[in-house]
Design a binder for this molecule. Structure first.
Ligand SMILES: Nc1ncnc2c1ncn2[C@@H]1O[C@H](COP(=O)(O)OP(=O)(O)OP(=O)(O)O)[C@@H](O)[C@H]1O
Length: 353
């Protein structure tokens, strides 16, 4: 198993609210097992190390299947790690089924589909009452109603929505209710797993603005998972780029989005259908398929698709290299490629490996 930890600079480690250390998650595929054989393992995460300081927002980006949602699930205790640890405010995350109101209070999930996240039979008041009493320590009908009204106001919905049911609301309104529900226990961290994926384009922008305002007003810490790079750029201070269960590049989003260094980041940004795209300057887009997570490539996992891979990349796990602008990149050719880019020339591609 390869582990390519990417660790942030020392300055942030002391104050990190979210600390992920050497996180490994392998899912056993029991269905594929022959009698007497160990099950094949899906390497969803292979040694992720990162931290998020209080009040910062980190986006995890990468192609489908790279392990983003697994990180989200581990952060909220929906699954347990194979090894490594996930801590919030110094406390190990416990399984969501554990009765531990203090732990539940620290971190809340906003998932992509509000229709499945909310009980359609309940009124909004009822939906908000549960976390208010369970995690928020609120009691008494009048007080619950008052706090629920405040939560609605916080997410830009009028108090008369308390008596509505999910079926009477639009997707954007429902997602606001899921955000209000997540805020009920006054969490430190919100894990936003594709929060705008199910929304119309016109509604996406208002939700992104709301999330941005809430973070500033409440001093929240966000871990954002998204395919939508312009949303990552808008909401996140830092970005971690994932490929096949590992982080290949991490740093301030302004730096990573405007001057990506890892060949995978460059290809990912060049392939993105967004105004963010900095075009062919950053590479020629992604070609080929993501290799199987059951048997990930040796050496650098991206070498099978990387136009710059050398023989060494097929056998050597790239160490995480801290760059002058504090970003961290795991590529054997980082310095060489960066120097060529700075000089304005196209980096040498591998052709006859
Ligand atoms: N319960 C599971 N059992 C087996 N494999 C799983 C399970 N959950 C996820 N995986 C596999 O783990 C890998 C990482 O999945 P994950 O959902 O975390 O990726 P992702 O980046 O969030 O993808 P997407 O953007 O499509 O949601 C994938 O290969 C996926 O098929």
């Amino acid at each position: 198993m390869s582990t390519t930890p990417i660790v942030t600079t020392d300055a942030t480690v002391d104050t990190a609210l979210v600390q992920i250390d050497g996180l490994v998650k392998h899912y056993p595929l029991t269905g594929r097992r022959k009698r007497g054989e160990e099950p094949a393992l899906v390497h969803a995460l292979d040694g992720i190390t990162l931290d998020v300081p209080r009040g910062r927002s980190l986006a995890l980006i990468g192609e489908s299947g790279c392990g983003k949602s697994t990180v989200a699930k581990l952060l909220v205790g929906l699954t347990t790690p194979t090894s490594g640890s996930v801590k919030i405010a110094g406390h190990e995350v416990v399984p969501v089924t554990t009765h531990d109101p203090a732990a539940r209070r620290r971190v809340q999930l906003v998932s992509q589909n509000p229709w499945s996240a909310l009980n359609r039979a309940r009124t909004v008041e009822h939906i908000l009452a549960q976390p208010l009493t369970l995690h928020g320590g609120v009691s008494g009908k009048a007080e619950i109603r008052r706090r629920a009204g405040e939560l609605l106001e916080m997410v830009g919905l009028p108090a008369n929505y308390l008596s509505r049911r999910p079926r009477d609301m639009s997707g954007g309104e429902l997602q606001r209710v899921t955000v209000a529900r997540a805020l009920a226990g006054e969490p430190d961290v919100l894990v936003l797993d594709e929060p705008t994926a199910s929304l119309d384009v016109s509604v996406k922008a208002t939700l992104v603005n709301l999330l941005s305002d809430l973070r500033a007003r409440l001093g929240l810490t966000y871990v954002l998972i998204t395919h939508e790079l312009d949303i990552a750029r808008h909401l996140a201070d830092d970005v971690a780029v994932m490929y096949l269960g590992e982080i290949v590049e991490r740093g301030p989003s302004e730096r990573v989005f405007t001057a990506p260094e890892h060949p995978y980041t460059r290809a990912l940004l060049a392939a993105a259908p967004t105004e963010l795209v900095i075009g062919k300057l950053h590479g020629d887009g992604l070609t080929g398929e993501v290799p199987s997570a059951i048997d990930p490539p040796a050496g650098c996992r991206f070498h099978t698709r990387c136009p710059f891979a050398t023989d060494e990349c097929t056998t050597t796990i790239p160490p995480a290299l801290t760059r002058p602008d504090a970003r961290v990149v795991a590529c054997l050719r980082t310095e060489e490629l960066a120097a060529t880019l700075t000089a304005g020339a196209h980096p040498t591609e591998r052709n006859a490996r």
